[in-house]
Design a protein around this ligand. Sequence first.
Ligand code: BG6
Length: 491
Amino acid sequence: MTGTPPAPQATLVIFGITGDLSHRLLMPSLINMTASGLVDDQLSIIGIGRTEGDDEWLRSGFDPDEAKTSTPATAWESLRGRISYLRGDLKQPATYERLASMLEERGDGNVAFYFATAPEFFDDIIHQLANAGLLREHEGAFRRVAIEKPFGHDFESARELNRKILSLVDEKQVYRVDHFLGKETVQNIMVTRFANTMVESVWNSKYIEHVQITVAETVDVGGRGSFYDAAGALRDMVPNHLFQLLAMICMEPPNSFDAEAVRNEKAKVFRAIRGPRPEDVGRDAVRGRYSAGRIGDRKVGDYRAAKDVAPDSRTETYAALKLTVDSWRWAGVPFYLRTGKALSHRDSEVVLTFRPVPFAQFRGIDVSRLPPNKLVIQIQPDEGMTLDLIGKRPGPELEPAPVQMNFSHANAFGPSRTTGYETLLYDLLHGDQTLFQRADEIEAAWLALQPVIEAWQSGGEPEAYVAGSAGPKCAEELIERDGRQWHAIGP
Ligand code: BG6
């Protein structure tokens, strides 16, 4: 982001400042942003939490070394004095009255409110902010709200939450966060597609045979049992992170890169997603739950034995599904999505498999024996792209052999020094909603999955897979039924 001007003067109010997200991602990102000049001394931060403490206590709880900048101490020195703590109950009007006077002391300018709390507080926070008059924009100063996921737990709850929020603020003030959109590799999908003639010209059902989207994780439920056991892999990952990847792959070229143009195209994709119908759920959507196993040197216990997980839980820790995108470009192309925890490797990727060449050009070699061209977009780790092609094996015969072209982000641009939240925070302060979800995108995403959510809720059990494996057998069967195989996870 060299040459990017610093974000405008603003106060960033973070609800849930003592939580994991603030510690692991938001504060380290703000330190990185300070180091790279994306924010300057025009930014002040008010953190709100329930724990007893003062400004100095809050500041001393952050570890600047969690930032990825090469100058964490210097950046932290410049930032730390501008962080204040407000201890308060998020349900009590008194908290918001105190917040109002703190903002007044700062001249009541631009304010972004970041909801980094558990979702059950979203409703209270936005109502209390509105009651305290803190969401009203005046004299050119902005008031924005950034809302973390999960945004609802199904179609109805997401619609209801949108209705409440939009009765208090305008859509232009709402920044619904999906942190996958902050990842460089995810944003790069758009650039790769729309800045390269040879990519976009084959980006359709005529040339692409099927698409796989995978977000495989090695982490298990850890200490998040109470949230995760109520959500499960499908809700936690699919309507947001995996569908955002899907939208980046499937969208039509926007007529500009401004927020509305990009989000209009993405919203069309969300509306065109055809997830399994109720009668197809058993065949086209499968779920798994990890049992005790080992991932590298780490022993992982049974999911149902984890802290805050019900011993008779039916929650899935793995989900896979097949869907289509009903559009001119993608008609007839199956999309296979899978995500799971406690798997053998951390690996998020999109794999596009191309159709075979139309006839056998090489003596004695049938086209069906040539491996298909594949474009693998590696989201994380080892960010980059590989293209599987066929080349000539050296020698007197014209013998085709598989070859690979590689692009590595680290080799091309140096190691990444970001958490992925820097762009999102910068855009929030700068007023660019491109990388945030609009109400209609979220609702359409939930709607596409509603039959699966309902079917899974009404009965059945996830199939067991051993922690450290590639997932449950039912996921292999889902894709094998179509004569295909999952791209192997891991290096
Ligand atoms: C979060 C999910 O949104 O994304 C987590 O709630 C998941 O369960 C995480 O582990 C994955 O994000 P990342 O950036 O670590 O791949």
